[in-house]
Design a protein around this ligand. Structure first.
Ligand SMILES: Cc1ncc(COP(=O)(O)O)c(C=O)c1O
Length: 426
């Protein structure tokens, strides 16, 4: 397809897009900014802006401490129940609490205790560093018999299912995996991996950070054990919004949180001097949540539920397929290589392009010198530019414009005007 044909196609796809009206429910300051980093920090829903001023002025300002009973105390469980359908869980199986890293620690620790006698954790070398750091920390805590086995990628993009399966043995206590890999967007087959792990007697803890709100997930259908995930990416909960955790119903009372905070006690306001974990999902709460961040999550989740994950996943696939087709027909002569799986069923909602000058190209997209168009993807070492497609607000025209800007930056060597010195946050 030519550039012009792709433009016509983009216009057609936008016209046919059933989700196109959701874009106006987000705060978009300028149509000249194309935001392709919703896989890192989702855009601000307009309703969140309004809600936060109510939370600050009415709830905190006027109702003060009464707001705990009126609005705040039940919110972690209420939000958990609203996240449940997004990930294929049941009410009472999900709760909002702490950060993804802390939730991963709590659930991984609890699983290792449950699996006493088995001493291996299995993960992969495409996993997000925090998942591996926490696993490494648990090895120190549980003792020298424990070890971490990593399935290895051969192409930097995917993990072969057989490679992963070969690492899971009868001695595997826990398998910790990101459903969608943060760099390449590679996506595991959740059901197949879970089933295999169960056959070997292992518990699986899924990190859904790059998947929740982007792809269809059915934890209950797959009999998944445990999961955690961020709310600030495709759920649009806001910077630093607390994370969610999922524990299958029948496992909840068999597991104990290693952080025995008072919010997980049966009756926190009795102030008993001895901890008595409450029954059910609340036992994985720790202490007072960051209320402003917590309250900010709801409008984003409501929008995802209103749209439905089937529709979201379908548009996500269309957006990335369109981008990949242009990567093939328009960008390959410009030194770009695809750093994501090309099969849609093996991919999340972002696409990575690799280039020797990836960092400086990314800078040129974000800080244009010769264009009125500002495009925000992000950069991941050593050579990946990640383009995150958020079906609720990304348009096909934006995807087309991004491909044209990439060509322009290379053709005019605009990236040469930028330093290779990395910013603190890339
Ligand atoms: C896959 C994955 N897991 C975990 C995290 C860490 O989350 P947090 O910093 O909220 O603990 C991230 C952050 O981007 C992530 O992408």
């Amino acid at each position: 397809m030519t550039t012009d044909q792709n433009f016509t196609l983009a216009e057609q796809l936008d016209r046919d897009d059933q989700l196109r009206n959701f874009r106006s429910r987000f705060y978009i300051e300028s149509e000249n900014t194309i935001y392709l980093d919703g896989n890192s920090l989702g855009r601000l829903p307009i309703k969140t802006k309004e809600l936060l001023s109510e939370v600050v002025e009415k709830q905190w300002g006027t109702e003060l401490i009464e707001s705990w009973n009126l609005h705040w105390y039940q919110k972690p469980a209420q939000l958990g129940d609203k996240i449940a359908p997004i990930i294929g869980a049941t009410k009472g199986e999900v709760i909002v609490s702490d950060s993804t890293s802390i939730n991963l620690y709590k659930l991984a620790h609890a699983a290792l205790k449950l699996q006493k006698g088995k001493t291996t954790i299995v993960s992969d070398d495409l996993n997000f560093p925090t998942d591996l750091y926490i696993s490494q920390g648990l090895l120190k805590e549980f003792g020298p018999d424990y070890k971490l086995e990593l399935a290895k990628t051969t192409d930097g993009i995917t993990i072969e299912t057989e490679e992963l399966k070969s690492k899971i043995t009868k001695n595997t206590a826990l398998v910790v995996l990101s459903l969608v890999a943060f760099k390449s967007a590679f996506m595991y087959q959740l059901e197949e991996i879970t089933e295999h792990a169960h056959k070997m007697g292992a518990v699986v803890l899924w990190d859904l950070s790059h998947a929740a709100g982007a792809v269809e997930i059915d934890l209950n259908k797959c009999n998944a054990d445990l999961a955690v995930g961020c709310t600030y990416k495709y759920l649009n909960g806001g910077p630093g919004s607390p994370a969610f955790l999922y524990v299958r119903k029948d496992l909840q009372d068999k597991l104990s949180s290693p952080i025995q905070g008072w919010f997980g006690d049966a009756l926190p306001f009795e102030f008993d001097l001895n901890y008595r974990p409450v029954e059910g999902i609340r036992r994985f709460l720790t202490g007072t949540p960051p209320v402003l961040n917590l309250m900010a999550i709801e409008p984003g989740i409501d929008m995802v539920n209103e749209t439905g994950m089937k529709n979201i996943h379908q548009k996500s696939t269309q957006l990335s397929e369109f981008f990949l087709s242009m990567a093939d027909s328009e960008l390959s002569d410009y030194g770009f290589e695809v750093g994501s799986p090309t099969e849609p069923e093996k991919r999340g909602s972002h696409v990575s392009l690799k280039h020797d000058e990836a960092y400086r190209i990314c800078q040129a997209l974000i800080h244009p010198k010769s264009s009125t168009l500002k495009i925000i993807p992000d950069f991941r070492d050593p050579d990946n530019i990640r383009f995150g497609f958020t079906p609720l607000y990304t348009t096909f025209k934006e995807v087309w414009q991004t491909a044209q800007r990439l060509k322009e930056i290379i053709r005019d060597k605009e990236y040469e005007q930028f330093s290779t010195q990395r910013s603190e946050v890339t």
